[in-house]
Design a protein around this ligand. Structure first.
Ligand SMILES: [Zn+2]
Length: 268
């Protein structure tokens, strides 16, 4: 298991929600506490919960913190990192989406595996991700022991990404999302959400359909609400979720609003 291997090799204070029984010793940071006593945590084999926390006399400079959460990722793109750097968003999208069209599902599985290794190494144990999500890819995350809020991306009519991997277009992709949600309903490491890409790539029809479905079924929404292109050309209130007559549906779904603030080195 990836998490276990990294943990043992580097003795990092990294764990996941589902690792074989093991323990870790370090300075335990607690919210509001002024001291960080050296403590040995022992985790259960099933579920990864802390079974015991015992003071230790071991001298160590390591710290134990909660797992970090990556609130927005496109992990299947890890192998494309750096492609189109420096281009304007419109040009960058053309270059990257053309490259994505050549990726098979197996390519994406390796790319996702790379991203998962990097996240574990950095202490990330949960991530929200918008991409081409299918069962084999989700199972890769489960096998690694991370938590994922997976949002299969949805584009508007006329945009059919990931040609080699066989993504469904709108509205069939929404049915695929709901099938995945049913498939993983009892899997504690997985949450499925709708992934309408952005206001400038979806149009009103997609957002209206997603709003109606999330109101009816309760799945969440992961969306680029205000990307660079949106800031420059999209007039808020015209075609995006802000325009939809049933805003309550989005509020009820607690949409994961990415890129609302100025990006920190990430675009999409
Ligand atoms: Zn993004």
């Amino acid at each position: 298991m990836v998490a276990e291997a990294l943990h043992r090799r580097e003795h990092q204070a990294v764990t996941s929600a589902r690792v074989p029984e093991h323990s870790v010793t370090g300075r335990l940071l607690r919210p509001g506490a002024r001291e960080a006593p050296v403590t040995t945590l022992r985790f259960s084999a099933s579920g990864g919960t802390v079974e015991s926390a015992v003071p230790s006399q071991e001298g160590t400079a390591e710290v134990i913190i909660p797992g970090l959460v990556n609130a927005h990722a496109h992990s299947g793109m890890a192998v494309l990192r750096g492609l189109g750097d420096g281009l304007a968003l419109e040009d960058w999208l053309k270059v990257v989406m053309a490259a994505e069209d050549t990726l098979t599902e197996d390519d994406m599985r390796w790319s996702l595996s790379l991203a998962v290794c990097e996240m574990i190494r950095a202490g990330t144990t949960a991530f929200a991700d918008m991409f081409h999500w299918t069962e084999p890819l989700i199972d890769t995350v489960i096998q690694a022991g991370l938590r994922v809020a997976a949002a299969p991306v949805v584009f508007g009519e006329g945009i059919t990404p990931y040609l080699a991997a066989g993504t469904l277009g709108f509205p069939a992709q929404l049915d695929h999302i709901e099938r995945l949600a049913a498939r993983y309903a009892s899997e504690p490491l997985v949450r499925i959400a709708y992934g309408p890409h952005a206001v400038y790539t979806c149009g009103a029809d997609v957002f209206r359909e997603v709003a109606e479905r999330t109101a009816a079924g309760g799945l969440g929404v992961h969306v680029h609400l205000s990307g660079d292109l949106a800031r420059g050309r999209h007039r808020p209130g015209r075609t995006g979720p802000d325009a939809h007559r049933d805003r309550r549906a989005y509020r009820a779904a607690r949409p994961l609003d990415d890129h609302r603030a100025r990006d920190q080195g990430h675009r999409r």
